[in-house]
Design a protein around this ligand. Structure first.
Ligand code: PEP
Length: 251
């Protein structure tokens, strides 16, 4: 019997200063004290990671970063490495978010380098994939996803894949209030699991958590979580408010 512990992840994007982040994490901790069998993750901006880690250390809430650089250290102004994220208390890293692809020149090749650096450091990568509205309209959804997964995971070994989480985030559903339908989500998640099976075998395909992201809110989370291949959610806007994020975690 396959069982994947659901993961509900909050991407705080470029919101909240240090004090606001600590306050939100403290409130959330209180609101989820009854939760069992759901992994909870928050990903504040880099500047708040260390202070938020003081709040969530040894609790039900894990900490994630929103990006990473693949070198360990060096003359790479503005970048942050895996050892730095570990020392700031992180367990997860979001990689290849569509906003990074769209505004900051992230490519499948840089995603691949980041995934490898993250996996080999012991951090858990969350690989974000998803098509734009134009690509869906042109019936290119599956070829786009195929390329993002193939290139993003190129040369990844079985062991490196081991902890990988995938997030399907249709670009047209992010921050728009327009979530994908349950049929669209299940179709893509089944396709992604099938891709993992072809690459890494049945065991890993069954163990890999595939999250859905794109306008997840308290009102639509339960129908999405009921889908057989949805193992959690990556939540942007609705994760900023501890009350609404807690409702999502209590799906
Ligand atoms: C996201 O940023 O990953 C996201 C899914 O945003 P939202 O929930 O606001 O659509």
């Amino acid at each position: 019997m396959e069982y994947r512990i659901p993961l509900i992840a909050g991407n705080w994007k470029m919101f909240k200063n240090c004090n606001e982040a600590v306050d939100a994490a403290t409130q959330l901790l209180d609101l989820v004290s009854d939760i069992e069998n759901v992994d909870i993750l928050i990903a504040p901006p880099f500047t708040s990671l260390a202070v938020v880690s003081e709040v969530v250390r040894n609790t039900r809430i894990d900490l994630g970063a929103q990006d990473i650089y693949w070198e360990k250290e060096g003359a790479f102004t503005g970048e942050i490495s895996a050892p730095m994220l570990i020392s700031a208390g992180c367990q997860y890293v979001i990689i290849g978010h569509s906003e990074r692809r769209q505004y900051f020149g992230e490519t499948n090749e840089t995603v691949n380098k980041k995934i490898k650096a993250t996996s080999s450091s012991g951090l858990i990568p969350i690989l974000c994939v998803g098509e734009t509205e134009a690509q869906r309209d042109e019936k290119k959804t599956f070829s786009v996803l195929d390329k993002q997964i193939e290139k993003g995971l190129e040369d990844l070994t079985f062991d490196e894949h081991h902890s990988l989480v995938i997030a399907y985030e249709p670009v047209w559903a992010i921050g728009t209030g327009k979530s994908a339908t349950p049929e669209q989500v299940q179709e893509v998640h089944a396709f992604l699991r099938d891709m993992i099976e072809k690459r890494f075998g049945n065991m890993l395909a069954k163990a890999t958590r595939i999250l859905y992201g794109g306008s997840v809110k308290p009102e639509n989370v339960s129908e999405l979580m009921a889908l057989p291949d949805v193992d959690g959610a990556l939540v942007g806007g609705a994760s900023l408010n501890p009350d609404s994020f807690s409702k999502i975690i209590h799906f």
